[in-house]
Design a protein around this ligand. Structure first.
Ligand SMILES: C[S@@+](CC[C@H](N)C(=O)[O-])C[C@H]1O[C@@H](n2cnc3c(N)ncnc32)[C@H](O)[C@@H]1O
Length: 238
């Protein structure tokens, strides 16, 4: 993706967070502009051309704002010919345990043309609704090991045969970069939610093994300039 398109996408996707206050807006700008995850999501074929999204641990709903921004710019005159058309969202359902983050998401996503549902709740006892794409970005390590396994099992059972789970996990075997990543994740939750979370990590190889055992075919996906030893995985039902 060109720097110019990236910059326009960041402005477009973060602008709706302005009414939610300076923290929400600066956080959106910083994360969307600095995290290679979001550009990676626009790579052709990674996401289906159209789909219902379930974003687990959605924070302030940046995924929905990013995909909406991409669709809006794509409909305008300046979308680069060499850039693939972005995936369309037919519905977005976000869940997070932090009421503040969900409040910011509600404000920012109010103007989306697709159906948006945002809920405060806990992944541990959340009944998974139907979805074509389920995302778990930087979330699983907040759950204890057996709860991670239970959630992934429930996701496997709920996805349609052509559905997909996209997840980003830390590589617990990556040493210092992994520890830096943990510090950032704990700080973000501390600032937004007021508590210090306990984190439960696994090496990347263990995530691949677990997902395979649960009946997923898994593709590790590259993220340009990815720091902090995070790994983006696409897991499809076998
Ligand atoms: C590092 S943030 C990532 C947010 C979002 N996925 C993103 O990429 O912008 C992790 C999120 O997981 C949420 N979370 C952690 N444990 C959770 C649980 N048990 N139920 C619901 N949300 C949870 C936190 O509140 C936080 O918003």
């Amino acid at each position: 993706m060109s720097d110019s398109l990236q910059s326009r996408l960041v402005s477009q996707a973060s602008a709706p967070y302005r009414p939610a206050g300076p923290w929400a807006w600066h956080f959106a700008r910083g994360k969307l502009g600095g995290d290679p995850l979001f550009a990676a999501l626009l790579r052709p074929g990674l996401l289906p051309p159209n789909g219902r999204y379930l974003d687990l641990g959605c924070g302030q709903g940046l995924l929905a704002s990013w995909l909406h921004a991409a669709a809006t710019l794509h409909d305008g005159p300046d979308w680069p010919a060499e850039q693939a058309a972005p995936p369309q969202v037919s519905a977005y359902h976000g869940l997070d345990m932090q009421a503040t983050a969900i409040g910011h998401a509600r404000q920012a996503l109010a103007g989306c043309p697709f159906h948006v549902r945002l809920e405060v709740g806990d992944l541990r006892d959340f009944a998974l609704p139907d979805a074509d794409v389920i995302t778990l970005f930087d979330v699983l390590h907040y759950l204890p090991g057996n709860t991670q396994e239970n959630l992934l099992q429930r996701i496997r059972s709920s996805l349609p045969p052509d559905g997909r789970l996209l997840l980003r996990v830390g590589d617990g075997a990556a040493g210092l970069p992994h520890h830096l990543s943990q510090v950032v994740d704990r700080l973000v939750v501390r600032v937004q939610g007021g508590t210090w979370p306990r984190l439960h990590c696994r090496p990347a190889t263990a995530w691949l093994t677990l997902l395979g055992e649960l009946g997923f075919r898994v593709d590790p996906l590259p993220m340009a300039g990815a720091g902090f030893a995070n790994v983006l995985l696409r897991a499809c039902p076998i």
